[in-house]
Ligand binder design. Structure first.
Ligand code: FES
Ligand code: FES
Length: 227
């Protein structure tokens, strides 16, 4: 239950013109203090919510500051550190997760806003000891260098192949094409465009794109045969 936001008047006092502090930003996790559900939440008190996140098929009960992003909830409170914080501004895709099977930037979402959603992170892609076909294809194609972007690339590719399978066009899909032919009909240009929200600082795209096409078509680069 969320603590209501104060409805008091917004201060009309002058904006401070003093210097902005240059002290270090705290790197500690956001407080896990219990929810204050009393009637009078003092000014400046953090507002917190007790919530349950459904991550990789498991429910997790958490008490979070309402400002906690889904990415910070995953990394700082659930120790699911596969999702990476690259830019924290929705620019790089390193934090990509799946929400009800659709890709989303976890750094742009408040955890309290996704309580009713099915969240899948890179840790939830494999089936026990069996890697997801995309994970196997990335290994077979050596589709990473530092690997920092890889979890986001993998989650985004899972969502992207589902979008293509459902017939969703991209901006490079020919205007007269009703469907792109499902995921197996993807071209290199289609994969590049659909994955353009996921940046790789190392430039591993040359192997990422073939790996995704392998997974889309069931090919295996490791042994040269269809899976
Ligand atoms: S960390 Fe979320 S898009 Fe870069
Ligand atoms: S493999 Fe290093 S950022 Fe992509």
């Amino acid at each position: 239950m969320a603590v209501p936001i104060s409805e008091g008047p917004i201060s009309e006092g002058p904006i401070s013109e003093g210097p902005i502090s240059e002290g270090p930003i705290s790197e500690g996790p956001i407080s896990d203090s219990p929810m204050n559900d009393g009637p009078d939440v003092g000014a400046g008190s953090p507002t917190v919510t007790v919530l349950t996140l459904d991550v990789n098929g498991r429910g997790h009960r958490l008490t979070l500051d309402n400002r906690t992003s889904l990415l910070d909830a995953l990394r700082n409170h659930l120790d699911l550190i596969g999702s990476k914080k690259g830019c924290d501004h929705g620019q790089c895709g390193a934090c990509t997760v799946l929400l009800d099977g659709r890709r989303a930037n976890a750094c742009l979402l408040f955890a309290v806003a996704v309580q009713d959603r099915r969240i899948t992170t890179v840790e939830g892609l494999a089936d026990g000891d069996t890697l997801h076909p995309l994970q196997q294809a990335f290994l077979d194609r050596d589709a990473y260098q530092c690997g920092y972007c890889t979890p986001g690339q993998l989650c985004s590719a899972v969502g992207m192949l589902a979008e293509a399978e459902a017939g969703w066009p991209s901006s490079v899909t020919p205007a007269d094409a009703i469907r792109v032919g499902g995921a197996a009909g993807l071209t290199v240009d289609e994969v590049r465009e659909r994955m353009s929200g996921n940046l790789c600082r190392c430039g591993a795209y040359a192997n990422i794109v073939p790996a995704i096409l392998d997974a889309a078509t069931g090919r295996s680069a490791a042994n040269g045969v269809d899976r």
